[in-house]
Design a protein around this ligand. Structure first.
Ligand SMILES: Cc1cc2nc3c(=O)[nH]c(=O)nc-3n(C[C@H](O)[C@H](O)[C@H](O)COP(=O)(O)OP(=O)(O)OC[C@H]3O[C@@H](n4cnc5c(N)ncnc54)[C@H](O)[C@@H]3O)c2cc1C
Length: 466
């Protein structure tokens, strides 16, 4: 483990002198928000810096190397893995004030943005020009584009359009030694040298601070339609997902939620819940108006054939907004109603979703927890929201989480489809990655950051400096 210096008064004064006092956050109330994200973890920073310029970030990282203090980049703090928390103390580097959309180029279908731009703000701004930025993580009204890139965020639209990495053409980033790098291109193709853009994407703020992004845009779909399909049990709903996808349909979203989730938001539902095992699919299609009308009808027919007890068409934006509101409320309410809440986001191959879902009651009974299940069904990305009514049996819960992850890996799945490793999943990493893979990745980290000053203690346990 590397040794770090605390931020002493002389170091703090030096930071203030080099960067300017305006970027140091001193408001105590404001400071409180920087010790948390959307996970259950808490770590307090010694200092919070909110820079306005790339130059200030470069200066900060040079000082961090000189004095050996940790720096942890932060977007909006909506991450679910503790990635933006200062595990080993030091400085939290908040990118939220670098939030300009520098340019939306309608001719070349690219946008140039700073990292602190809120995801929804960008989506709305490009929409006004008839363009579409598809990545839509469910926390998009708060999360930042920089945070999305650092976690390679995906959302409901991922099933058709892919994740954030599919829309980042190039990056500007400050490396841990304070130097500035530009990666990638402004063109849609480019294969010169190693792909550093995609090495930085998903690196959870451990290899560089993203200070600018060149994003790919596409024409906005001309129309959207949708439906909600109610099933008597979750297994049938997951069979419907495979049936829809394997019969030639590519919805722009196909999300599911189980009965426990539905019960939490009962008063918001436009239907009564049919029985104790009921489940809901929300499906959307987008494209040319005539073709999507036909497609959503065909998807509705497949859902009925497989066993849906009710289809609720959602042709109008208001109908779909109401359904997405339900979907978003669920995670908030699970969080608010549970004493212990562990958000796992495994992914399995599509044809194994039903198998995993069927196995969950066995884990619940054995390990004494309750799982609320919803997720991006079209990607096999299942959010297992593991909850317990007390924190007394933490060891048992931990054993249960480990057992579920082991089952997911047996099914050729992954322990995290989108939330990343951060601190929360670090101890499970060796379950999925081979020792060779871990060694190689640790060497990459050391190459970028020999003094381990950038977001240290994350992803790889036991990493030591050169
Ligand atoms: C209600 C809710 C729903 C969610 N739904 C989804 C979903 O559908 N799909 C999904 O993928 N995620 C989802 N998330 C998780 C979260 O929104 C994403 O991980 C998001 O990308 C984090 O963005 P942020 O700006 O909040 O980053 P933060 O939480 O601040 O940071 C996340 C990580 O990125 C790093 N980082 C942030 N900014 C930078 C930067 N400029 N340079 C380098 N590193 C940086 C941090 O160090 C940290 O490791 C959800 C979260 C919530 C609370």
């Amino acid at each position: 483990m590397a040794q770090y210096q605390p931020i002493t008064e002389p170091i703090r004064r030096k930071i203030e002198h080099e960067l300017g006092s305006e970027c140091i956050v001193t408001d105590l109330k404001a400071l409180e928000i920087y010790n948390r994200d959307a996970s259950e973890l808490v770590h307090s920073p010694e200092l919070v810096i909110r820079p306005q310029t790339v130059d200030q970030i470069q200066q900060l990282l040079r000082l961090a190397n000189e004095h050996r203090f940790p720096v942890t980049p932060r977007g909006a703090g909506t991450g679910l893995a503790g990635g933006c928390l200062p595990l080993l103390g030091g400085v939290v580097l908040s990118l939220e004030a670098m939030n300009r959309i520098r340019c939306i180029d309608s001719q070349n279908l690219v946008a140039d943005v700073e990292p602190g731009v809120i995801t929804k703000t960008l989506r709305d701004a490009v929409r006004e020009k008839g363009l579409f930025y598809p990545p839509d993580p469910a926390g998009l009204d708060k999360s930042t584009i920089g945070g999305n890139a650092a976690t390679n965020a995906g959302g409901p639209a991922c099933v058709k359009y892919g994740t954030t990495k599919d829309y980042v053409l190039g990056l500007q980033a400050v490396l841990p030694d304070g130097s500035l790098i530009h990666t990638g291109t402004k063109t849609r193709k480019g294969v010169v040298g190693y792909d550093l853009t995609h090495l930085l994407i998903g690196s959870e703020g451990t290899l560089g601070v993203i200070t600018g992004l060149t994003l790919k845009l596409i024409p906005h779909p001309r129309a959207v339609s949708g439906l909600a399909a109610v099933f008597e049990d979750l297994q049938t709903a997951t069979h419907a997902v495979t049936a829809v996808m394997s019969r030639g349909h590519l919805p722009s979203a196909i999300e599911f939620m189980d009965c426990r989730c539905l019960t939490l938001v009962g008063e918001l539902l436009p239907f009564s819940i049919p029985g104790q095992n009921a489940a809901l699919l929300i499906v959307e299609t987008d494209g040319a108006p005539d073709s999507i009308r036909a497609e959503i009808e065909a998807i509705g027919r497949i859902c009925r054939e497989v066993g849906a007890s009710r289809i609720l068409p959602a042709p109008q934006a208001e109908d779909r907004d109401a359904l997405w509101h339900v979907r978003r409320q669920i995670s908030l309410r699970i969080h608010d109603t549970s004493v212990l809440y562990i958000p796992e986001d495994v992914a399995v191959p599509l044809n194994r979703i039903a198998e995993l879902v069927e196995a969950l009651p066995e884990f619940e009974a054995r390990y004494n927890f309750k799982i609320y299940t919803f997720g991006h069904a079209g990607d096999g990305n299942i959010h297992l929201n593991i909850t317990a009514t007390s924190r007394n049996d933490l060891d048992l819960v931990e054993a249960g989480v480990r057992a579920i992850l082991a089952r997911v890996l047996q099914m050729e799945g992954t322990i995290s489809g989108e939330h990343g490793v951060g601190e929360a999943k670090m101890r499970f990493l060796p379950m999925e990655l081979s020792p060779q893979s871990v060694r190689l990745q640790q060497s990459i980290k050391r190459l970028f950051d020999p003094n381990l000053i950038l977001n240290p203690g994350k992803i790889f346990p036991d990493l030591t400096p050169d």
